[in-house]
Design a protein around this ligand. Structure first.
Ligand code: 5GP
Length: 203
C-alpha cells in the first residue's frame, strides 16, 4: 500500500519521557526524527546534531527571519524551532516524521497542517513527573521549578491533542505510539493514490 508521509507531533511536560519513548519507536515503521535548533545550553549527556543543533540567539533569529523554521517557540526563556527543509524532504519520501516539540509549537503545526497527528505523552501522575524531573539531575532547582510550573500549563491543553499516551512503561508507551501511526496510515485520506486506482476499475 502506498502511504503518504505525515507529521507526528509528540508533546508532553519536561520529564514525561518523550525522548526515551521516541528512541523506542519501531525501527521498521518508516520514521524520520526531526532534530530541533535551540538556544538552550547543551547538557553533558547531549550531542550536537543528534539531540539538538545548539546555536546562539542571533543565529536562531536569523533562521527564523529567513523562514527556515517550520515552527518555533520560547520555552522557559530559550528558543526552540524545527528546521523546515529536513521535515519537508522526509514527508515527501513517505516517512512519518516525528517532531518532539512543546504545546505552542504543536498548535502552530496543527494550524498549518491539518493532517498532523498530535500525541500528548504523560507519566501516570503529576507526582511521578516531579520525581522524574528531580531524579534525572539535568537541571538546577530553579529550572526544575520553572519546568513544573510550565507542566501545569501544558496539561491544560491536552484536549487540543488527538491522542493521550500514558508513559507508565517505556516499551508500552512506544508501542502505543506505533499503533497510532499504523492506524493513521490506514486512513483513506492518506491513501488517495490507491483509492483513485480503484475508481478507474470497471467490473
Ligand atoms: P528540553 O530543554 O527539555 O530538551 O526541551 C524543552 C521543551 O522544548 C520540551 O517540551 C521539548 O519538547 C520542546 N522542544 C524541543 N524542540 C522543540 C522545537 O523545535 N520546537 C518547539 N516548539 N518545542 C521544542
Amino acid at each position: 500500500m502506498q502511504n503518504s508521509g505525515m507529521l507526528i507531533i509528540i508533546s508532553g511536560p519536561s520529564g514525561s519521557g518523550k525522548g526515551t519513548v521516541v528512541k523506542h519507536l519501531g525501527p521498521e515503521k518508516n520514521y524520520a526524527l526531526s532534530i530541533s535548533v535551540t538556544t538552550r545550553k547543551k547538557r553533558a549527556c547531549e550531542e550536537e546534531g543528534k539531540d539538538y543543533f545548539f546555536c546562539t540567539t542571533e543565529e536562531f533569529e536569523r533562521m527564523r527571519n529567513n523562514g527556515e523554521l517550520l515552527e518555533h517557540a520560547v520555552f522557559c526563556g530559550k528558543y526552540y524551532g524545527t528546521p523546515r527543509v529536513y521535515v519537508e524532504e522526509q514527508v515527501k519520501l513517505g516517512k512519518a516524521v516525528v517532531l518532539e516539540i512543546d504545546v505552542n509549537g504543536a498548535l502552530q503545526i496543527k494550524e498549518k497542517f491539518a493532517g498532523a497527528v498530535l500525541i500528548f505523552l504523560m507519566p501516570p501522575t503529576m507526582a511521578e513527573l516531579k520525581s522524574r524531573l528531580i531524579n534525572r539531575n539535568t537541571e538546577n532547582k530553579e529550572t526544575i521549578e520553572a519546568r513544573l510550573r510550565r507542566a501545569n500549563e501544558e496539561v491544560k491543553l491536552i484536549d487540543k491533542y488527538d491522542y493521550l499516551v500514558l508513559n507508565d512503561e517505556v516499551e508500552s508507551a512506544a508501542a502505543r505510539v506505533d499503533t497510532i501511526v499504523d492506524a493513521e496510515r490506514l486512513k483513506p485520506c492518506r491513501n488517495l493514490v490507491i483509492i483513485n486506482s480503484f475508481k478507474g476499475d470497471v467490473l
